[in-house]
Design a protein around this ligand. Structure first.
Ligand code: LMR
Length: 399
């Protein structure tokens, strides 16, 4: 059965970690996979997570099965976090949330659910989008098309072109939007633009599908969910997949959620039963640990405020690294304006390099980044920023 198989190339993002690990250059820098790193280059377990885990170890009395929907407590708390308490209350039985195996599991569960109920539905994704959106959604059978998004020359959003393209989407079509901290470009819709998208969805009837993987890493927990909350408040239908990988630092615990908002309680109940059966057929039920940790934190005011405090520290460190990188690059006398890096949000920005220039950075300087020139800002620290800026300058000046 396996004799005729040929190996696939490494994953464009995850493959960078393995390549970085096996590089013996002491100056190597890993700006590949989107994980937060502190000044020492470690990805720490958050303080509140450690405390919650200790409590769980002490207090958990069973490991019996959860259900395909996961923990009802987690689902309700995560819906409050994403939507805000008052809107969540207002939506009432128009909303259902499923605990999922990470954001990826949520994206795939949503895609399989849509494919089950409306096979071959069209989903428009931004150009560019996170590389893994395509297999997660497309391999479920959804038809992927793109809308223009990032302007590589002016480092902004091609908003008019985006609106022209998505205005062709109608009832039964989906439009994938990044809730905040766009991956890979870091350029987010502003509030006016979210309002225009909401009005267009209202008028044309397409269903927005929001991937909210970085809530709290851009401008703050509430600000980062402005778009989600606006669309949830104004539209009859919405799909939101949220992740606890980055904002709770729970990457390997695979903790995420799929929230579906429908026009009425009957539609929600029907959708919930379809999603439950889809989850059962894929993985039966989600893993418990990360979701139990998150529930413990969100339900306890002291733990919650410690978590929010640490998340603020993470966000502020990333923002200060953005400014520091621009300053260091400006010192190199490169004939380019990198100021956009300071304006963009979250973990990622493009450096604006060609694939060849990226390959030179990897091969000659041991600086690992995605071929699109996406860098994980959180991989920068005060020990490597000088070498990073000098290497980028050297590559740009020699091209
Ligand atoms: C990334 O974009 O680097 C992260 O979301 C990690 C991943 O799974 O690709």
């Amino acid at each position: 059965m396996f004799d005729s198989l040929s190996p696939l190339p490494a994953d464009p993002i995850l493959g960078l970690s393995a390549a970085h690990r096996s590089d013996s250059n002491p100056r190597k820098i890993d700006l590949g996979v989107g994980v937060y790193k502190d000044e020492q280059g470690h990805t720490p377990v958050m303080r509140a997570v450690k405390t919650a885990e200790a409590r769980l170890l002490q207090n958990q009395v069973t490991k019996t099965y959860v259900s395909p929907a996961g923990s009802a407590t987690f689902n309700s708390l995560i819906a409050d976090l994403v939507l805000g308490d008052s809107l969540n209350k207002m939506l009432g039985d128009r909303r259902v949330t499923f605990q999922t195996p990470g954001g990826c599991g949520g994206l795939r569960l949503a895609a399989e659910f849509i494919q089950k109920v409306k096979p071959g539905s069209k989903i428009l994704v931004s150009d560019p989008t996170w590389a893994n959106h395509v297999p997660l959604l497309g391999e479920a059978g959804l038809q992927i098309e793109t809308y223009p998004y990032y302007d590589y020359n002016n480092h902004g959003i091609r908003f008019d072109d985006m609106m022209t393209r998505i205005s062709k989407a109608g009832v039964g079509d989906l439009v994938l939007l990044h809730g905040c901290c766009h991956n890979p470009c870091g350029a987010d819709l502003n509030q006016d633009q979210w309002q225009a998208v909401a009005a267009l969805a209202q008028k044309n009837g397409f269903t927005p599908f929001i991937d909210l993987a970085y809530q709290g890493l851009g401008d703050g927990l509430a600000d980062d969910s402005y778009g989600v909350r606006l669309l949830a408040e104004t539209l009859p239908e919405l799909i939101v997949v949220s992740s606890c990988s980055k904002n709770f630092g729970l990457y390997r615990e695979r903790t995420g959620a799929l929230t579906v908002i429908a026009d009425n309680a009957n539609a929600v109940q029907a959708a919930a039963s379809q999603i439950a059966s889809t989850a059962r057929g894929m993985y039966s039920m989600p893993p418990d640990h990360g979701a139990s940790v998150v529930a413990e934190i969100l339900a306890d005011s002291e733990l919650n405020s410690d978590w929010e405090q640490e998340l603020t520290e993470v966000r502020e460190r990333i923002n200060s690294l953005r400014s520091a990188l621009v300053t260091e690059l400006n010192k190199q006398g490169i004939d380019r304006d990198f100021g956009f890096i300071e304006q963009e949000k979250g973990m990622f920005s493009f450096l604006g390099l060609s694939v060849d220039q990226v390959q030179t950075l990897i091969n000659d300087y041991s600086i690992y980044l995605v071929n699109s020139s996406r860098i994980n800002i959180a991989g920068i620290n005060s020990s490597n920023i000088g070498y990073l800026a000098q290497s980028i300058a050297a590559v740009l000046k020699s091209s």
